[in-house]
Design a protein around this ligand. Sequence first.
Ligand SMILES: NC(=O)c1ccc[n+]([C@@H]2O[C@H](COP(=O)([O-])OP(=O)(O)OC[C@H]3O[C@@H](n4cnc5c(N)ncnc54)[C@H](OP(=O)(O)O)[C@@H]3O)[C@@H](O)[C@H]2O)c1
Length: 257
Amino acid sequence: MNDGPHIVDRLWPNPAAEIPLDDAMASFAPTDLPSGRPLVAINMVTSVDGRAQLRGTAEGLGSRTDRRLMRLYRAAFDAVGSGSGTLRATGIWLRVGDDLAARRAAEGRPPNPVGVVIAGAERVPTEGSWYEGDEPRILIVGRDNALRDAPPGTELLRAPDERPEPAWVLDQLWSRGIRSFLLEGGPHINAAFLDQELIDEVYWTIGAHLLGTDALRMIAPVPGGSPYADEPRHGRLTSVLRHGDELFVRYRFDADS
Ligand SMILES: NC(=O)c1ccc[n+]([C@@H]2O[C@H](COP(=O)([O-])OP(=O)(O)OC[C@H]3O[C@@H](n4cnc5c(N)ncnc54)[C@H](OP(=O)(O)O)[C@@H]3O)[C@@H](O)[C@H]2O)c1
């Protein structure tokens, strides 16, 4: 459902005032895909002071327009995923909605991206809205996870490690024809991808809030230290949209920067 019009100002590039978000995103598609693995983008919303949780979830950090944007991003990707912590915390729904599913189908693509959840050893919910759609779903679990049977309509993949290595996950997605993967958090699975230098793009919504809490940030501290601790990875600003007091920002992190 497009409960628009969701009017935005495009601040960068090609500034334009008061345009519908759907128009601003009309030509959006992941570009410069790497060879041999899917492109990885993370999409997160935070407060101005960088917190990715409010009262324990992301709920309330972004506006309705941000939720529309989230679907527009999803619609451009082959697969959309989350870590099991997010599934446990709030449940997830990774589809695009009827209007964007119809648009994808008209373009000869599957109506929804493949859904992906990445879990380690702990319990993974096997019921809830993520399991209720007819899109292909892949539930990836760590070697020692107690889950034995694939939930209905879901492929169960067991990694050779305690926690699935992001590079291994991407190999699995690549071998299934997936060329672009949108990771919607949470902060710990984002950190695992950052640790392996496997984040190509960041889509960041800055909600106009101050929290001052110790809630998780967009990317949790990398256990053992970040590869960028001494040499920050430089990003290229590729898009800025404004909706009221909220900003929608995109960065590209090229392999050679
Ligand atoms: N603001 C936003 O945009 C946004 C987006 C998403 C989520 N959130 C919020 O973030 C919170 C959940 O985040 P989270 O960080 O706790 O959970 P998460 O990142 O969604 O999932 C973490 C879990 O992923 C599993 N995992 C699998 N492979 C892993 C690996 N290689 N490295 C690390 N973990 C791996 C682990 O499961 P095991 O425990 O089984 O080992 C781990 O506990 C919720 O409050 C949610 O609402 C906010």
